[in-house]
Design a protein around this ligand. Structure first.
Ligand code: FDA
Length: 399
């Protein structure tokens, strides 16, 4: 039987990074993946340019039942550390929006970086190679793999979440966690478009393609989320960064609250427009909102677009402003795993060490990356968690 210091299951962002660091620190590492290709999610990430970190990544950008858990790993391996690595590999990159860093050329650059780091650490890679069974054994673990039995002192589970099953996502990590007595926080699709019942959506379906900046919020207390981002109307519902962000906070039965004109004191702006011109209401509103949206809102409010502003009552203007700035909507679901960028929930962090990602139930067993109940916002945070948790684990593997 072949013997390693560590076997890492899952050659995605976290698994590749962890294997490379541990190998370079002297561990004999085997990295397995059931897919023929490594890191498919990195390949498709960021529209093919991989938003590989966020300059401002900190614990406040993550959701978890145990929000303090991610602190230590994020502090010990920061965005600045990963940027330094990207620069050492001479990968050109740029900042796009709110601290989000993307490759100038291709996500393949980040995959190349990770593979070179693994090669530098002498990591043995096998794929496609599935894992049929895992057993605790004296001094570590025994695995039955498609390429035969393997023994290791430590086992790292980096099999990611459930989103995008067609490129290799499985529930392997959750099953393994349960096998060793871990609780799994119910996984749910996150960073995902939201859908609405046919009746709720009928008046808005003609707005597909309209995009605008909004303030969006849901939930209350500690579970409240609020973002100022772009919203996109689709045929089935709402998408765009605003909705992807809020979807991670949304729970079935909760309404969304939207301000479609967040930069303005809208009642005042409408009254001022009324006082200073005889423009038509539709034209005045179209200066503040996309034309199609302005038209749809006036129709819904029963106000003719061609009514001159001075003939619109203040009361009607206020009601219109209120409808635009306090739009409440009840989603009926999400677009599901097929469209979700990440999985919220996962292996309960209260049963893991925040220093080493090691199980408190089974010595030598570690969980890193998205399989853990730590979920980042949209914007490079999920990869930063993959790097930081992998780094924390790799230090412990070779301590
Ligand atoms: P990851 O999913 O990367 O890797 C898991 C690996 O385990 C896979 O290679 C899989 O094949 C393997 N595996 C699964 N089951 C197995 C089994 N049973 N046996 C063996 N191997 C198994 N994040 C971000 O920060 N910036 C971005 O730009 C984007 N963009 C983006 C776009 C899209 C379309 C998606 C779907 C996701 C993103 N993300 C993102 C999220 C990001 O891709 C994700 O959080 C990380 O890839 C998670 O890294 P992990 O290594 O934990 O899992």
């Amino acid at each position: 039987m072949q013997t390693f210091d560590a076997v890492v299951i899952g050659a995605g962002a976290a698994g590749l990074f962890c294997a490379g660091i541990a190998g370079q620190r002297g561990a004999r590492v085997l990295l397995l993946d059931h897919s023929p290709k490594v890191a498919e999610k990195i390949r498709i990430s960021g529209g093919g340019r991989c938003n590989f970190t966020n300059r401002d990544a900190g614990p406040a950008n993550f959701l978890s039942e145990n929000p303090a858990f991610c602190r230590s790993a994020l502090a010990r391996y920061t965005a600045v550390d990963f940027i330094g690595l990207v620069q050492r590999h001479r990968i050109p990159f740029h900042e796009k929006h709110k601290g989000q860093l993307f490759c100038d050329e291709s996500s393949e650059d980040i995959i190349g970086l990770l593979l070179r780091e693994c090669d530098a650490g002498g990591v043995v890679r096998r794929q496609p190679c599935g894992v049929r069974a895992v057993r605790a054994a004296p001094g570590g673990f025994e695995l039955d793999t498609d390429a035969g039995p393997v023994q290791a002192t430590r086992l790292v589970v980096a099999t990611g979440g459930l989103s995008i099953p067609k490129i290799g996502a499985t529930d392997f990590g959750y099953r393994l966690a349960r096998q060793f007595g871990h609780r799994v926080v119910e996984p749910r699709p996150a960073l995902v478009p939201l859908t609405f019942g046919a009746d709720t959506w009928a008046p808005f379906s003609a707005l597909a393609g309209v995009a605008l900046p909004v303030r969006i919020e849901t939930g209350s207390g500690k579970a409240r989320g609020e973002f100022l981002e772009d919203l996109l109307f689709t045929h089935r519902g709402l998408s765009g960064p605003a909705v992807l962000q809020i979807s991670s906070f949304w729970r079935p039965g909760q309404p969304l609250r939207l301000d479609l004109c967040p930069q303005l004191d809208l009642p005042r702006a409408l009254r001022e427009a009324k006082a200073s011109s005889r423009r038509h209401l539709g034209n005045a509103l179209a200066e503040l909102l996309p034309q199609r949206l302005a038209d749809a809102w006036l129709t819904a409010a029963g106000l003719p677009a061609d009514r001159p502003l001075p003939e619109v009552r203040d009361r009607e203007l206020d009601a219109l402003a209120q409808r635009l700035q306090r739009w409440e909507l009840l989603p009926d679901g999400t677009e599901g795993w097929r469209k979700a960028e990440v999985t919220a929930g996962g292996v309960d962090t209260r049963e893991l060490s925040s220093q080493s990602m090691e199980s408190k139930r089974q010595p030598g067993l570690h969980f890193i990356g998205e399989v853990v109940d730590v979920t980042g916002w949209l914007g490079g945070y999920n990869f930063q968690w993959a790097w930081a948790s992998a780094h924390a684990c790799a230090q412990a593997l070779t301590a």
